[in-house]
Design a protein around this ligand. Sequence first.
Ligand code: NAP
Length: 189
Amino acid sequence: MVNVAINGYGTIGKRIADAVTAQDDMSVAGVTKTKPDFEARLAIEKGYELYAVIPEKQGDFKKAGINIAGTIHDLLKHADIVVDCAPGGIGAENKPMYEKAGVKAIFEGGEKHDVAGLSFNAMCNYDKAIGRDFIRVVSCNTTGICRVLYPLDQAFGVEKARVVLVRRATDPADIKKGPINAIVPDPVK
Ligand SMILES: NC(=O)c1ccc[n+]([C@@H]2O[C@H](COP(=O)([O-])OP(=O)(O)OC[C@H]3O[C@@H](n4cnc5c(N)ncnc54)[C@H](OP(=O)(O)O)[C@@H]3O)[C@@H](O)[C@H]2O)c1
């Protein structure tokens, strides 16, 4: 059984936790949050052990009545691999912590290629990822492009592609970035 830690239980982290739970050879070792908001409550409701990213802020969770199992450092002690789902750029800052803990890591597309030295898409370069300590999953946009272009390239050869991306509205907590089908209870200042 592979114990998977998820550092950052946000938009992507939530989905990865559920995807890991659906596998029969992996389990979620725990998930992390910096603050005790609705996502922290959701993690507990779903049965995931919750850990604090910032050790000094453990008290905030207690005050909000949310039980935590410790800090990210405690979580890494019983994880085989961590999926870093922190906001873009934070993964690079987290990498030395994973190296020190001797835990393999998967970074998300908000990180630069250099954070892992291999940008990964399961359809295109699965074999290259085997045995590596660090990989970075390409962004959602690049994933979409890879899934369409790779099979076309394999079958016919693609010399050049002109691509139009049609994206969904922004994430629930990011209303400032664009249109979203959400009610905002408080005027945005
Ligand atoms: N959203 C998308 O559609 C999408 C698609 C593809 C790739 N990505 C990539 O996935 C990554 C995560 O994006 P997201 O959209 O899931 O972001 P998000 O919804 O903002 O979630 C980020 C999570 O990281 C936590 N966090 C904050 N600071 C942290 C730290 N220092 N260490 C660890 N965790 C920390 C946050 O906890 P608190 O809320 O408690 O602070 C939150 O749970 C980014 O690299 C992004 O580019 C996103």
